[in-house]
Structure formats: C-alpha cells, structure tokens
Design a binder for this molecule. Structure first.
Ligand SMILES: *Cc1c(COP(=O)(O)O)cnc(C)c1O
Length: 439
C-alpha cells in the first residue's frame, strides 16, 4: 500500500488516518464516506507557502476552491494563510459564510454574470480575474456606477499548454479562457483597462493546465509573459505588480504518477521570474499561484462498503460498492485511475484482480479496472485513495443517490464538516403536481 500523509495500518490490520481507525469511522458515519487527512492538507499548504517566505518573495498562494469547496475547507485555508479562488457566486457565497477575509478572495471564470460581478463588488473582494472584453466592459460599468475601485488581473493565454508530460506551443490559442498574448488581444485588453477610472490593473494571470509533473511549463509561461511585460513597460509605461501563474501542480494517484514536492515547483518558478526580471531590469513582481488538486487531492480517501460480486468466468470479476459516479465522476469522465485497499484487512495478501463497479445505472460507472485485492466478500470496506480533489465538488444526485458526508480527521479526532444528504434533502426543491394520495 502506498501511504499518503498520516495513513497507516494499525495492529488490528485496519487502515488508520489522522490517528483514527477507518473501520470505526465507517461504523459511526456509514458509507460511502469521504475522509480528509487535515494534517496532510496543512503540510501541502505550508510546502507552497513557506518556500516563498524562505526565499523572501512576496506571494499569495490561493486555494482553487473548486477542487473541494465547503465552509470548513475554506476556514482551513484561512487558518493556513492561503488566499482563495472562487469561480461562481456559489463559491463566493460559501467563502463569505466561512468568514474568509474578502481581500484575499479572487474571482475567476469565463462568463461571470452581472449579478455575480455585483456580488464581488458588494463583498469588495481582493480582485477579479478579468477574462474577456465583455467582462471588462461590465466591470467598468459597475465600478463607475458605484464609484467603487476594483483591482483586476487580466487572464491571458500565453500560447503554452501543459498536458501532464507534453508542452504544446500554440500560435493562435484555441481556448475559451482569457486574452490571447500572441494575437494582440491581451495588449488591447490592457490598454482598454488601464484607461478606466475605477479599474486598477494589478497584473497578469495564466493557468496552463492541470496534473503537471514538471516545472518546464511554468517557467516557459513566466519567460514568455515577462518578455511581453518588458515590452509593455517600454511602450505603455505599464508595470505589473502581480504575476499569477495559476495552478495545475500534479499529484500521485497511482504508481504511474511522479509529482514534484510543492517546494520544487515554487523554487523553480521563483528562480525563473528573478532571472527574467533581472534580464529586463524590471522590479520583481509578487508571485501568485493557485493550487487546487495539489492541496487537497491526496488528503482525501473515500470509504465504500462492498456489496454484490459478479464473476464472469474467464473474463473478470466485478465487485460492486455502495457509491460510484455520483460521488466520483472522474473515472467515467476522464478515465481517471485510482488505487484502493480493503480498509478492514489491509495486510491480507493479494489473491485476485477485480474491477470495482459503482451502483449507478450506467455501464460506464466503473471506479477502478483491474485492482489487485485480497478476496473481497460482501461487507468489506474499500478505501479508495486520492479522492480529495474534484470528488465531492463534482458529486451529483444521479439516480437520486444522496451525497455522502465529509469527515475531517486530525490528531485522533473526527469532525463531520458536511453531513450526509437525506432523502428529504433530495426532494426539497421538488414541487408536486398534486397532493399525493396517502395509503
Ligand atoms: C482549475 C484551476 C486551478 C486549479 O487547478 P488544479 O489542477 O486543481 O491545481 C487554478 N487556477 C485556475 C484559473 C483554474 O481554472
């Protein structure tokens, strides 16, 4: 078993996380159950943040909350001194309810509505990451009518896309996000924005991809952007206070993945930004990054109970669990790979290779193909690792399956931070056509 964070096997052969026996947690809270190893989230956050501090760089590490957005999670991000990225009114609302410091909230998205932008002005958040000309016009209009200043970053597409191991240099960027750096749209956006009386352009933002295992994509993007900034300093007298290089730092889902430590990404980024700004005799900007997956991904574990087992002789054995694409859609959506163990008997020898089926009415609802396991019997507990990012946040009620609870574990204590959805919750928004005939 590859172990993440505080995960360990106790003397009973049970999986333990945050010093708590997972079998006991399953008995107490039921299954499926999402667990988060809080100490590991803190460790990841500090890995990013302390590297900037150590190297004397003014920075913001913003948690991309779409990876897992909840009141408790945002409060944990606050405790660790992180900033926060939101991408919708709903995430902003959650941040407000969490009491998150508004000046450290950044608002992303390629189609923010007027209502969402008004909400950002009402809350007076730290900055809006402006994505397109339509949005720039809206921000200008709202800021003028309120006579309220708003800081923005311009989201640009630098013409570099990272696809895990490959970097694709594109001339004309084919992306729904941001202003293109190559075709002049980014400059046009900058010229437009700096003339607006209530808009304060802090700098530039880019996000080149996700699940990236090397530093090359980030350093290439930094180099390209700083080159452009040098040009803009000369011709437009614009100096960027902030350079935001986005998120996308990879994590280990399976043995195939070989990510770097947070510190390694940060060190390389800082080195490159220093080198390039010195080359052009520019001031060092603040560096902002936006990790999502790499802060919460490997801290999350989903616990399922095994149910039916279907053996198709000479083909494969299906072991079904009590959740599936309703609580983790990533295997169905992206063919995402995961590892898992039997949490109630981790030390038992592997005896067979099985495939883990979800319970949704969809043949594609398979969580893991070809997983080596001890012989699984009905009532075993399956712990699937690394489900902390884009698991709960993409959970849904397909087949009217209630969403599982989320429990934080740390220092031997467990705390429910999202309760289990009930059948009553499921019909809360339904309005009947007629009063039901009770019998
Ligand atoms: C999704 C996203 C992130 C976070 O990506 P991860 O792969 O989870 O680190 C950061 N910034 C922006 C703009 C994003 O869209």
């Amino acid at each position: 078993m590859h172990t993440y964070g505080t995960a360990a096997v106790n003397t009973r052969g049970h999986l333990e996380i945050g010093g708590v026996d997972v079998v006991e947690l399953a008995a107490k809270y039921g299954t499926p159950l999402y667990l988060y190893d809080v100490a590991l989230i803190r460790e990841r956050a500090r890995g990013f943040k302390q590297t900037f501090d150590k190297m004397g760089i003014t920075a913001q590490v913003a948690y991309a909350s779409k990876a897992f957005a909840s009141v408790a999670m945002m409060q944990l991000a606050e405790q660790e001194g992180l900033s926060l990225d939101v991408v919708s009114g709903g995430e902003l609302y959650t941040a407000q309810k969490a009491g998150f410091p508004v000046e450290r909230i950044h608002f992303h998205g390629n189609n923010k509505s007027r209502e969402e932008l008004e909400m950002a002005f009402d809350a007076n958040i730290g900055c809006i990451v402006a994505d397109n000309f339509h949005e720039l016009a809206l921000i200008d209009e709202i800021s003028q009518s309120r006579r309220q200043k708003m800081s923005i970053l311009l989201r640009i597409t630098p013409g570099i896309e990272a696809h895990t191991h490959d970097y694709i240099l594109t001339g004309q960027e084919d992306s729904k996000f941001g202003f293109d750096l190559n075709n002049g749209q980014a400059e046009e956006a900058l010229v437009t924005a700096i003339e607006k009386p209530f808009i304060n352009v802090l700098g530039l933002h880019c996000h080149i991809g996700s699940q990236i295992f090397e530093t090359t994509g980030f350093t290439m993007a930094a180099e390209k952007i700083i080159g452009k900034l040098a040009d803009w300093k000369e011709r437009l007298a614009f100096e960027s206070t902030v350079l935001n290089l986005g998120g996308g730092f990879g994590i280990r889902y399976t043995a195939e993945d070989d990510p770097l430590e947070p510190a390694a990404y940060v060190e390389e980024i800082i080195r490159k930004v220093q080198e390039e700004t010195e080359r052009f005799d520019m001031n060092m900007p603040e560096i902002w990054i936006e990790p999502g997956r790499s802060l919460v991904g490997d801290a999350g574990v989903t616990i399922y109970e095994t149910g039916s087992v279907k053996d198709v002789p000479n083909v494969r054995k299906y072991v079904a669990i009590d959740g599936g694409m309703s609580d983790n859609i990533r295997p169905a959506l992206y063919e995402a790979k995961y590892e898992a163990v039997l949490a109630n008997r981790v030390n038992d020898p592997v005896e067979e290779v099985v495939s883990i089926a979800g319970k949704c009415c969809e043949s594609g609802d398979m969580l893991i193909w070809d997983l080596p396991l001890p012989k699984a019997a009905t009532g075993d507990l399956l712990a699937m690792f690394c489900t902390g990012a884009y698991g709960y946040s993409m959970a849904n009620n397909y087949n009217r399956i209630p969403r599982p609870p989320v429990v934080f574990v740390e220092n031997g204590e467990a705390k429910v931070v999202i309760r289990r959805e009930t059948y009553e919750d499921l019909i809360k928004l339904d309005l009947p056509l007629q009063l039901p005939q009770m019998n």
